[in-house]
Design a protein around this ligand. Sequence first.
Ligand SMILES: [Zn+2]
Length: 376
Amino acid sequence: MQGFRLGSIFGFEIRIDLSWLLIVFLILWTLSAGLFPANYPGLSNATYFGMGLVATFLFFASLLAHELSHSLVARTKGIPVEGITLFIFGGVSRTRMDAEHPDDEFQIAIIGPFTSLVLAAFFGLIAYIGTNAGWSVVVTGVASYLGTINLILAIFNMLPGFPLDGGRVFRSLIWKYTGNQKKATKIASTSGKWLAYLLIALGFWELFGSALLSGLWLILIGWFLYNAAEAGYEELLIRTSLEGVKAQEIMTPHPETVNADLTLQDLVDKYFLSRRYQSFPVTEDSHPIGIITLNQVKDIPREEWIYRTVRDAMIPTDTGVTARPEEQMSQVLEKMQESGVRRVLVTQNGSLKGIITANDVAHWLRRQRDLGNQMG
Ligand SMILES: [Zn+2]
């Protein structure tokens, strides 16, 4: 998940996914044209719009506070946090790894809903005091909306389905009780999937009960949760399987290479069309200097293929697409993800030892599974 960079708080990079712009618009519209005019009649359109803007902004700040609290606690537990991305259904803290102890996971997970609950109490109190003191509904209306939405956030996030916060709390408790993280994740993910089914069913029920928009929302959220529950479990399976495994155990050794001065036309004719590989290491004087995939070639207009060379199109090795033979696979996977080409060259002292593609990882995992080497 990329998105654009907003800035940074406490050293955490804040990013916004493009899908978030859609939700900002939806919230602003729902509030300015729907909720506020219905609840507080008799104000001007400009006032409703102003209330909508402030409420949307503070809703955004509330979500950020929720995620920041996760990130801050994670950091005190020694878990590196890259930053926070806000997207259509809220936010995620981008961490490089999971908690190693169930108690840590419990604290990291529960602080988020707790923060939302504190915010709900804070805004609720403002609304309560303001209403009794006769403040303008412009203030109390916004405050009471924020109190409600933060309460909903706290409750929704505490539903016991992984990867929601409540699901993580649930997982940490089973993990602590059984001492088995994988089993705990499986149970919490299954519960996440059931929760997703329930949300989808509720959504369809609302759909036929003529609450079109909220029905669609529930279905969308349920679908998202289902996928997240499945992905979360599979990611853990891969991570635990690859724990302690080194790059040289996974790599395909001595891969076929192409010369940097080869034209793209020759590359396509003599390599891509006649071999089953999607990528080749690029060498110069038998040293690896880059990697070329079919995608890079496709980016260059076909009529230029006769004179452009592999060197023009390749991804150079200095962009982080190399790993050492003894490097941990957990690190290598990150490089594969970040480089954007989903493969790395394994090099040692300037010479090529092998290549690792997503296929190599998949093969290795399948072999382990066939050999029954996987735990549980
Ligand atoms: Zn959370």
